[in-house]
Design a protein. Sequence first.
Length: 236
Amino acid sequence: MGKAHAHALAAQGAKVAITDIDLNECEVVGGEVRSKGGEARCYKLDVSNASEVDSVIGKIVKDFGRLDILVNNAGIFFSKPALELTEEDWDKLLSINLKGEFLCAQRAAKEMAKNNWGRIINITSIASGGVGVGIEWGAHYTASKGGIIGMTETLAIEFASMGILVNAIAPGAIDTPMLKDAGTEEGEMQAWLQKIPLKRIGRPEEVSAAVVFLASEEASYITGSTLYVDGGWLAA
């Protein structure tokens, strides 16, 4: 999804800073953006490392002059029964999915406040609690995604006076490598499709459309909200 977000924002004229723990993967996407006439630079970043977050965002501001939009997209998933989850498993996933989003939002907000304008868009999931969608063998994942929504609402309140809007997007089943890596069997996938009124898996670009909207002036009175992009799953 991060790749799709970079392309979508660049298509709207944004100068895009792309980060990834794998710089080679990052450079591939950056090259694609530039080949289409967009401006993009790539940076290696482990979002769970506070010093790296501080350093990389500092470099981005130096290279681009300012920072206006943050899309908090980094995330991992691995399947494991709750009774078998180790402290190491828990810390690994939460440090990327939840702590990483906080560290990036905190550091980005310090830059956005200088211009009294900013957009922070946190990517969560429909599997985030309170909506009736749990993931078997994913207690660590759903805990991280629920935490993102709570964090989003609080940051929206704290950052409003600085001109910074903070929202979340909660995708449903989206056709990404993470979905495939989750090892979803065909029978389970068909069961998911039966829950989705549109009867198909979503495309990353359909999530990116929501990113572009929340980053725009058209969303100037929206903050602290979670936008569900799920093909109607929660409505069914």
